[in-house]
Ligand binder design. Structure first.
Ligand code: MN
Ligand code: MN
Length: 463
C-alpha cells in the first residue's frame, strides 16, 4: 500500500454505503427484523395501540406489570403502563441504581387528524367529520388519500369502546376530497401552506339519508345510527373520545430492490420499536429502561408526555426499593433519545448541508444537538458523551453516522432529549434517517432501521 493510501485510511473518515460493511448473516437478520417491525406498524397506528402491542410483546418475554413497593432483583422484568398512552419497561440490572440506569427514550405518538368534540356535520347531503390536526403536518398531504378512524370513545359510565373503521380489509375508509384541477386555479397560486386550510380537513363520512324520516340532517342521523349499531355510542359520547384519522394503508417495501420501508407513523415508531425489541432481549449490567412517550409531537406536555412526572415517579419507586436517592441515580444515568432525523433527499438538496446530513443506508444517525436558529431549544451533548457512544457503537459493530437536521437557519426540530438532560441525565440524540418525515407515507431504509435496533442493543448491553 502506498504511503498516501495508508495516510488516507488512517486520517480520513470512511463514509461508505452501509451495505458494503454488512455481513451475510447480518443481511438475513436485517430482513427478519424489518418484517417484525412492519407487522408492529400495521397494528400500532395510535399511541394506545403501541402501548397494547408493547405490553403483549413484553408479557410474552416474561415481563409483568410493576406493583409499587414490589421488591425487585437483578433480571426482573417489569413495565409501568401510564394511562394506556405511554409505557416504561425495565429490566433490573446487576448493579444498584446509584450506579445509574440506561434509558432508550422514543415517542409513540405521530402526526394525525384528531376529531373535534362535536365532529359530525351534515351539509348539502354530505356528512363529514370535523378534525383538528395533531402535530406538524403539511395539510395538503392529507387530502385525497384513504384514511381510517381509530381510537377510543369513553361513555359517561366509564365504559371504553375501541373504534376502528378502515383497518380491516373489508372495511370502508374515510377521505378528504381535494379540489379538482379544473377549478383549482386560484388554489394553485396560494402559498403551499394555505392550499388546504385546517378547517377544510373534514372527513367524508356518508351520503345516504336515513330512510322513512322527514326531519333534517337525515344523512347525519344515518351515520350516527351506524356508529350506534356498531359501538353503542351516541353523538354525546363523542365528547369524551379520542378518535383520529390516520392513513388506511399497511407498511410496504419501497423500491424495486425492496431496500426501504414506506409507512405511516415511522416517526417515531421506528425508534420505539427498536428500543422495545432491544430491551426485551437484554440482560443488562445496569438497569435498562425503554421509555415510550406520548405527546412529543405537540411539545411533550401533559400526563403522558415526557415532561410528566410519571417517569420520575416510576424510577423513584425503583430507587426507593434499593434505598437509593433518585437524584443520585439520574446523575449517573445515560439516555439515548431515540428519535428520527431527516435523511438527505437529492430532490430537495438546497435545504441540506451535504457534509453534515444523514444519508439513507449509512446507519443510525447520531445528533450531538438539534434545535433551530443557533441550536436554540437543543440539548447539546458533551463531547465526552459523544466519544463514549462512538466507542460503544464501534465496539458492537453498529453502522452509524453523524447528522444535523438540515442547513443552518433552514428550520430545525427538537426531541425529548432536553427533557431527559434537564433531569441531570447525560443524553444524546440518535435515530433513523427518514425521507418525507411527518407525511402520511414516510420512508426509511431497512439497513438504518436494523442499525437503530443494533444501536439500542449496544447501549443497553454497555460494556
Ligand atoms: Mn419524532
Ligand atoms: Mn416528529
Amino acid at each position: 500500500m502506498s504511503e498516501s493510501k495508508k495516510l488516507r485510511e488512517s486520517l480520513m473518515l470512511d463514509r461508505k454505503d452501509g451495505y458494503e460493511k454488512l455481513s451475510g448473516a447480518e443481511l438475513a437478520e436485517l430482513e427478519a427484523y424489518c418484517e417484525r417491525y412492519k407487522a408492529f406498524l400495521n397494528t400500532s397506528r395510535t399511541e394506545r395501540e403501541c402501548v397494547e402491542q408493547a405490553i403483549a410483546m413484553a408479557e410474552r418475554k416474561g415481563f409483568h406489570e410493576y406493583v409499587p413497593g414490589e421488591r425487585l432483583t437483578s433480571g426482573d422484568k417489569v413495565y409501568y403502563n401510564n394511562r394506556g398512552k405511554a409505557i416504561m419497561l425495565a429490566v433490573i440490572g446487576e448493579e444498584k441504581l446509584d450506579k445509574g440506569i440506561v434509558i432508550g427514550a422514543a415517542h409513540i405518538d405521530s402526526p394525525r387528524l384528531d376529531l373535534k368534540p362535536y365532529p359530525v356535520v351534515e351539509n348539502t347531503g354530505l356528512c363529514t367529520l370535523k378534525t383538528h390536526y395533531y402535530g406538524g403536518i403539511r395539510k395538503y398531504q392529507w387530502v385525497a388519500i384513504p384514511l381510517e378512524l381509530a381510537g377510543v370513545v369513553v361513555k359517561k359510565d366509564g365504559t371504553a369502546v375501541k373504534v376502528s373503521v378502515g383497518r380491516d380489509p373489508g372495511d370502508p375508509v374515510l377521505t378528504i376530497p381535494d379540489l379538482l384541477p379544473h377549478l383549482g386555479d386560484k388554489q394553485s397560486h396560494k402559498p403551499l401552506f394555505q392550499g388546504i386550510e385546517g378547517e377544510q380537513l373534514n372527513l367524508l363520512a356518508g351520503s345516504k339519508p336515513y330512510p322513512d324520516d322527514d326531519g333534517s340532517d337525515r344523512v347525519k342521523l344515518a351515520v350516527l345510527s351506524i356508529l350506534n349499531d356498531k359501538y353503542g355510542i351516541t353523538e354525546a359520547d363523542l365528547i369524551s373520545a379520542e378518535l383520529c384519522a390516520v392513513p388506511a394503508f399497511d407498511a410496504k417495501d419501497v423500491g424495486l430492490d425492496r431496500s426501504m420501508i414506506g409507512a405511516y407513523g415511522q416517526d417515531d415508531r421506528v425508534c420505539a420499536y427498536a428500543s422495545l425489541e432491544a430491551l426485551l432481549e437484554v440482560q443488562p449490567k445496569r438497569t435498562a429502561i425503554c421509555m415510550l412517550a406520548d405527546k412529543e409531537e405537540i411539545g411533550s406536555m401533559g400526563v403522558s408526555g415526557m415532561q410528566s412526572h410519571a417517569f420520575d415517579t416510576f424510577v423513584q419507586q425503583l430507587c426507593d426499593s434499593q434505598g437509593v436517592s433518585l437524584k443520585d441515580c439520574f446523575a449517573h444515568s445515560f439516555c439515548l433519545s431515540a428519535d428520527v432525523t431527516a435523511a438527505y433527499d437529492p430532490n430537495f438538496a438546497e435545504v441540506f448541508d451535504k457534509n453534515n446530513s444523514a444519508f439513507i443506508n449509512q446507519g443510525v444517525g447520531l445528533c450531538k444537538y438539534t434545535g433551530s436558529r443557533g441550536k436554540s431549544g437543543s440539548s447539546d451533548a458533551a463531547a465526552e458523551l459523544v466519544a463514549k457512544v462512538r466507542r460503544t457503537l464501534d465496539d458492537a459493530g453498529v453502522i452509524w453516522q453523524m447528522a444535523e437536521l438540515g442547513k443552518v437557519d433552514e428550520g430545525g426540530g427538537g426531541t425529548v432529549a432536553l427533557l431527559m438532560a434537564n433531569r441531570n441525565i447525560d443524553t444524546l440524540d440518535a435515530g433513523t434517517p427518514v425521507l418525507a418525515m411527518h407525511a402520511p407515507f414516510e420512508v426509511t431504509s431497512k439497513l438504518d432501521c436494523y442499525m437503530t435496533y443494533r444501536a439500542m442493543k449496544a447501549v443497553f448491553e454497555e460494556k
